[in-house]
Design a protein around this ligand. Structure first.
Ligand code: SF4
Ligand code: SF4
Length: 383
């Protein structure tokens, strides 16, 4: 699955100082990777090309709540104290607009070309929830038996530098989804920010042969028991400070309440803007457009992200199947938390909290599930 080769033997973890991050970026660039990492831009922490470690968002964290995102100065030098923002790694692995093929008229026929060569990406700062989301897309696009050639190629060349979260955001709930805040597998290198917040150090652990190869190029000292326990304490503190929590057994709960009045209640607030699906690291629905120039000489097929919150999404001959906002929200939430298990054997929600933060009216998937659970516990009916 994906670009992670199994590792023969764990090299010992090391601890490097902040300057080691520049060595990491250079080692990856030397190996031909296009390095992408978190940076401050347009009032948010976003994922974009990164060549110097001083561009990492040192000193910035964010305040997040339903419909609220604001950068705040942390007052220290930690580079990874922020959590997840509006971008997800799917913007690189599964671009929002992608040309699948183009054709140029040649005499009586067409010359067809398919996708361009894909860059080899190295991602810096992939969080546990995001690793889980990438694993879900690997299952959908590579392991399902219907391989998406472009995605598979981008993943084959992909190097993942994960970061264990030492701080949880106000809309994070990965601990209750079993997907974080600690990274478990699927990475090449894992970093944990430890030590003095004014001059942090980085515990570096390899998770693949490619990771071990890069780790050998990094300056550092062998990690000791104190470093390992500092890293474990930091991650445990993040788990304790999770801003949100999903109710237990949310999938079966929702399946028992497909006609619950809460679906209409959420529809009164939902704008059907599609934000929640655009920012979600696991949503992958798409639509396809064929575009031809006026002369009929050039044509191309474009794949674009789509959303189950639009009327057109469920349009078949005669009209849309999900005409009401409540049925569209129900489709999205029950797919994430219930029917994804039936399709893929795991949750489609990894608890990143983005759909809460970036919903303009602050609709909160954890609150919606809790409202249904509370009415069930109170023995109330569907309406
Ligand atoms: S449904 Fe919301 S919390 Fe869950 S993975 Fe998607 S954006 Fe994150
Ligand atoms: S739940 Fe929020 S983000 Fe999603 S479509 Fe409705 S208003 Fe937009």
């Amino acid at each position: 699955m994906g670009g992670i080769a199994p590792m023969a033997e764990n090299p010992p973890a090391i601890v490097m100082d902040g300057a080691g991050l520049q060595s990491l970026l250079e080692a990856l660039a030397d190996r031909g990777y296009l390095v992408i990492g978190p940076q401050v831009a347009d009032g948010a922490i976003v994922y974009q090309p990164l060549s110097v470690a001083s561009d990492l968002p040192a000193g910035w964290i964010e305040q997040q709540d339903g419909g609220l995102y604001r950068l705040v100065e942390s007052g220290d030098a930690r580079r990874f104290a922020h959590v997840v923002g509006p971008h997800t790694w799917k913007r690189y692995l599964y671009p929002s607009r992608q040309r699948l093929w183009s054709a140029t008229r040649q005499g009586q026929g067409f010359e067809v070309s398919t996708e361009d060569e894909q860059p080899r990406y190295a991602f810096i700062g992939v969080r546990a929830c995001e690793l889980r989301a990438i694993g879900i897309h690997d299952k959908v696009f590579i392991d399902s038996g219907f391989t998406d050639a472009g995605y598979a190629e981008r993943r084959r060349g992909n190097f993942l530098v994960a970061v264990n979260c030492a701080r949880a955001g106000d809309t994070c709930f990965c601990a209750s989804m079993g997907s974080g805040p600690d990274v478990k597998d699927g990475y090449d290198l894992a970093l944990t920010e430890i030590g003095d917040a004014g001059d942090p150090s980085y515990l570096v652990e390899a998770g693949s042969d490619a990771g071990a190869d890069v780790q050998r190029m990094l300056p550092g000292r062998p990690a000791g028991p104190d470093d390992l326990s500092a890293a474990a304490d930091a991650v445990a503190a993040a788990a304790r400070s999770m801003g949100r929590e999903m109710v237990a057994d949310a999938g079966p709960l929702l399946k028992r309440h497909l006609e619950h009045r809460q679906w209409d209640a959420v529809a009164e607030r939902c704008l059907n803007c599609t934000n929640c699906t655009m920012v979600c690291p696991t949503c992958f629905c798409s639509t396809v457009e064929d575009v031809t120039d006026l002369s009929g000489m050039e044509t191309e097929r474009i794949r674009k992200w789509d959303s189950c919150f639009t009327l057109d999404f469920s349009y078949i001959h005669g009209g849309a199947v999900r005409r009401e906002g409540g049925s569209r929200y129900r489709q999205w939430m029950t797919h994430k938390l219930a029917y994804w298990w039936d399709q893929f054997g795991e949750s489609g929600c990894v608890g990143c909290g983005r759909c809460i933060t970036w919903c303009p009216v602050g609709i909160d998937i954890t609150e919606e599930a809790r409202a249904i659970a509370a009415s069930e516990a109170a023995g109330q009916g569907e309406d």
